[in-house]
Design a protein around this ligand. Structure first.
Ligand code: SF4
Length: 550
């Protein structure tokens, strides 16, 4: 039997997104400035750095200006923003807002592909001296009591029953003085740490949205690079948070996406379907006439804001980026906050290494660094944004407007607006919801989920353990069928879940088919399942979507 390798490093960053990569660069910069030798490692579950990176994205360059002031010379930016527009959509028309609210003013910002930015940041991190390991999925945290001492990488070469095959390779144990989790939204390891150490005690529940996005090649000369359009209204009902975006990239590429709050009421809500209805709207469909679909992807977005962030530190552990909720839902931006959090985590880690102490009270300075930074000021000004929408779109817009005048307090709020976890808001099918209207698949503008999975480049080996762990399949059949109508069939944007249940003798029979090879790693199921019995864990390293330009 193959032996499990182990390796020791000073600081281990998990997940090669903007938080970890900015953190690794900052740590290497500090080591160089102070003539210190440090081992800095970044691990990533995707096959390449950036291959699981997906975002809108309109990027605020504030953190990048601090980290790499000469970034404009080499970063793969598509365009500076050249136009901002906000549309309110009705079923058949669009109403363009005469002015764009200040928080959605993107002057001086840049449209970019997060996949390309992450790849480029990875190159900068390697040049700075960090070691990057793609195809290394962090499977579980290694503990010494309540202190995190590293990460175990997932095994390779197990069959579907978990037995070793001839190519079996046990995942290495990576021991680190400090582990920084920048895994993205609903990180597997962050979830473990938050649960074990109750890091979310006193915080509001994190609330998420599901973002679904495609990129399209349009006719030459038809796309205005740097054009940023956001939409409200159709196709969502007034109780559901979300909206659309259309960004003009370089070379006549159009990024089109739709965000649906995962705190919706109707269990038949389907983020991929809402995206299809959005694209079929005359104002959007017109922009896609003659265009060719290039790529598809999906990802959850942490929308809960400042008060939904967990404690950011524990002994041996720091949380950064989307894993910790560093995202401004009001400005629809998180890349700059993720990067800043990684940089502050790096500065905290560097001080702790200098003091040779990695205990919780030493790493607590991360939180004070955050509180003294512009990232905290920004998040505080949007602290009650998403929670305002729990009372519907118009109440949310009113709360947002008043929040802008009151420094983020909002409508009739002392300081903090309490929220509810999204899955708790889902109504049981017993109230007999009308199924949300379905988009007409025409294979021109609107595609079915399987076509979109194909366009995500997703690949998983079939003969491996299913990476979607369901604690009790009987609940899916015996309770969820009757109570919610199996919403997993709707909320998954990759048609992974196919309930094959039939009613019989007053109950249900059959099984839940899980097509895990379709999974685009968006984490929606882990978040939206009303019984909270789905746990997403990484599959074999290097598998999943292959995002290019997303
Ligand atoms: Fe997303 Fe879960 Fe579906 Fe995978 S199985 S695509 S993580 S909802």
């Amino acid at each position: 039997m193959a032996q499990r390798d182990s390796l020791e490093v000073d600081v281990l960053f998990v997940g090669a997104g903007p938080a970890s990569l900015a953190g690794a660069i900052r740590l290497c910069q500090l080591a160089k400035e102070n003539n210190r030798e440090l081992s800095v490692m970044v691990i990533e579950k995707g096959a390449e750095i950036g291959s699981h990176g997906i975002s809108g994205a309109v990027m605020d360059p504030r953190a990048l200006d601090e980290l790499l002031p000469a970034w404009r010379q080499s970063a793969p930016i598509e365009s500076e923003v050249t136009r901002d527009a906000l549309w309110f959509l009705t079923a058949g028309a669009k109403i363009a807002a005469p002015i764009v609210p200040p928080m959605m003013n993107n002057g001086g910002k840049y449209v970019a592909s997060l996949q390309k930015i992450a790849k480029w940041l990875g190159e900068q991190a390697e040049d700075a001296g960090a070691d990057l390991f793609p195809s290394f999925p962090g499977q579980e945290l290694l503990w010494d009591g309540d202190c995190v001492i590293g990460v175990r990488i997932g095994d390779k070469g197990l069959d579907k029953n978990g037995n070793p095959k001839s190519n079996y390779e046990p995942g290495a144990d990576l021991f680190a003085k400090i582990t920084v989790l920048g895994e993205g939204p609903r990180g597997t390891l962050a979830k473990q740490a938050v649960a074990k150490l109750a890091l979310d005690a006193g915080a509001e529940p994190q609330v998420y949205a599901a973002g679904v996005k495609e990129i399209w090649q349009c006719a030459p000369g038809s796309v205005r690079a740097g054009s940023v359009i956001h939409t409200l209204g159709f196709p969502l009902d007034r109780q559901t948070f979300g909206g659309g975006f259309i960004y003009g990239m370089a070379a006549d590429i159009l990024d089109v996406g739709f965000v649906t709050g995962l705190d919706y009421r109707n269990p038949t809500t389907d983020p991929h379907n809402e995206f299809g209805r959005f694209k079929a709207h005359p104002a959007v469909a017109k922009m896609l006439e003659g265009a060719k679909l290039l790529r598809y992807g999906a990802k959850a977005i942490p929308e809960g804001g400042l008060f939904a962030m967990p404690r950011l530190y524990a002994s041996g552990l720091l949380l950064a980026g989307d894993s910790a909720g560093f995202l401004n839902g009001m400005r629809l931006k998180g890349i700059h906050l993720a990067m800043k959090s990684g940089m502050l985590a790096a500065e905290t880690a560097f001080e702790a290494l200098a003091a040779d102490s990695f205990a919780s009270d030493v790493l607590a300075s991360y939180e004070s660094k955050f509180k003294n930074s512009w990232a905290h000021t920004e998040l505080r000004s949007a602290r009650n944004f998403h929670q305002g929408f729990e009372r519907g779109m118009f109440a949310g817009l009113l709360n947002t407007g008043i929040g802008m005048i009151t420094g983020g307090r909002g409508f009739g709020v002392k300081d903090r607006l309490h929220g509810q976890a999204g899955f708790q808001r889902m109504q049981k099918a017993g109230f007999n919801p009308a199924r949300t209207p379905r988009a007409a698949v025409d294979n021109v503008i609107v595609f079915d989920k399987l076509t979109d999975v194909y366009n995500s480049g997703t690949m998983h080996e079939e003969d491996q353990p299913c990476h979607l762990k369901i604690a009790d399949l009987n609940i899916c059949r015996d309770r969820c069928s009757a109570e919610y109508g199996n919403p997993c069939r709707h909320f998954c944007p990759a048609q992974v879940y196919e309930p094959m249940f039939t009613q019989s003798n007053g109950g249900f029979e059959g099984r839940l088919q899980i097509n895990f090879t379709n999974c685009v790693h968006c984490k929606t199921c882990d978040i939206a399942d009303p019984y909270q019995i789905i746990t997403w864990v990484p599959p074999q390293g290097g598998e999943g979507p292959v995002y290019t330009g997303l």
